[in-house]
Write a protein that binds this ligand. Sequence first.
Ligand SMILES: NC(=O)C1=CN([C@@H]2O[C@H](COP(=O)(O)OP(=O)(O)OC[C@H]3O[C@@H](n4cnc5c(N)ncnc54)[C@H](OP(=O)(O)O)[C@@H]3O)[C@@H](O)[C@H]2O)C=CC1
Ligand SMILES: O=C(O)CCC(=O)C(=O)O
Length: 428
Amino acid sequence: MASTREAELHAPLEWDTPLYRTAVAQFDQAVPHAGIHPDIAERLRYPERAFIVSCPVRLDDGRRVVFPGYRVQHSSVLGPTKGGVRYDAEVSLGECAALAVWMTWKCALLRLPYGGAKGGVRCNPRAMSQAELERVTRRYTSELLPIIGPQEDIPAPDMATNEQTMAWMMDTYSMQRGFAVPEVVTGKPISIGGSVFRHEATGAGVVMTIARACERLDWKLSEQRCVVQGFGNVGGIAAQELVDRGATVIAVSDVSGGVYDPAGLDIPSMSAYAKEHGSLEGWATGSRVSNEELLELECDILVLAAREDQVTSANAHLLQCKLIAEGANGPTSLEADAILRERGIPILPDILTNAGGVTVSYFEWVQDLGRLFWGRDEIRAKLAEKMNDAFDRVWEISHERDIPMRTAALVTGIRDVGAALEARGLYP
Ligand SMILES: NC(=O)C1=CN([C@@H]2O[C@H](COP(=O)(O)OP(=O)(O)OC[C@H]3O[C@@H](n4cnc5c(N)ncnc54)[C@H](OP(=O)(O)O)[C@@H]3O)[C@@H](O)[C@H]2O)C=CC1
Ligand SMILES: O=C(O)CCC(=O)C(=O)O
């Protein structure tokens, strides 16, 4: 969103879309509490670099299609930029820019030596074969060669991308260098330098955050009834972790809709079913509900783990949960934030709650650089330590200043990035 000064000087920028405006408006709510200089704040409203590419790809039927791809790097002041790559029909420059901004605050909040980036290809992965996805990935990676690298920008999985996507990216990059460069991406298969527990890390981190919140609220996690929107990497693992800790998951959903059973769902069987059939469509037990209905179910904890903009001014007043945990990035609109605060429903914000993924990505990068690998228990313990430390700092600021946890989380991230920018003298 254009600041007053910017609006006087030039027309709105290419990434100025509703999601980007949300990211900037959240930033503007936090800046007065962060105590950074207005010039530093102005710099941080802009990504450092935005890259648009065209990926010509041959489909299995011989047709040739050009897919647009994006990579936005928001801030490199603390280190290489870091963030996922998503495949989705809606991917745009503005979406990647907003997600890159959030990655910057997330990495700073977790005290990881990275800045934020995000990228993606505008395509419909559900309609594409594995061979087509491989060709898109390799072409997209080739186009990104000038701007990615272990010390520049390190991609990772996000929506509809996974370990296999990262293996193709790592291979395409390595072929250009002439030797294996595992540290150029994270979230790879373990056989080529991936880390144990990266696959589970985001969902497990979501539940670590929920567990810490329950302790502070004096709730027993094992007594909570939970609804999880999104049953992919983040939502599927979060649902399993909740069950493992004794909570009852009463509803889950994917694009095909939701399944609800007030007595609790059999998450391991549902995960196996979704893996085999590609979705929950056709799952026979429980009642079917739409995604809209699922969000409005009466429950204790609502985990949003699908995508952005799910709770808005249209449904925020209809939610019947006591706590929201944002596994997805940007699932709650600004207007919904205000409505939920008014209603006394706290939100565990995305940049804190889903930070387990990038944290174990950092562990993976460190292991790759050192060619020395750690065990599962060690990684899980290191992750819990970092997530709890970030949670405690956010909780404290939120209570000290009587501000929402989202603003408190942003304040801690923005303060550290602002201080680094000032120390480096990047704004003479
Ligand atoms: N993967 C990671 O490590 C991290 C991911 N995130 C964020 O978490 C969110 C989910 O990512 P991830 O789990 O990796 O992605 P996946 O592609 O693995 O899973 C997404 C899930 O959400 C479902 N979904 C998509 N759109 C809708 C919708 N409109 N309503 C209901 N369900 C929907 C998908 O259904 P279907 O399978 O049928 O398409 C799928 O079950 C994103 O916002 C991402 O940016 C954040 C931090 C790290
Ligand atoms: O693991 C990573 O590097 C990035 C994960 C990500 O894209 C996110 O946290 O939104």
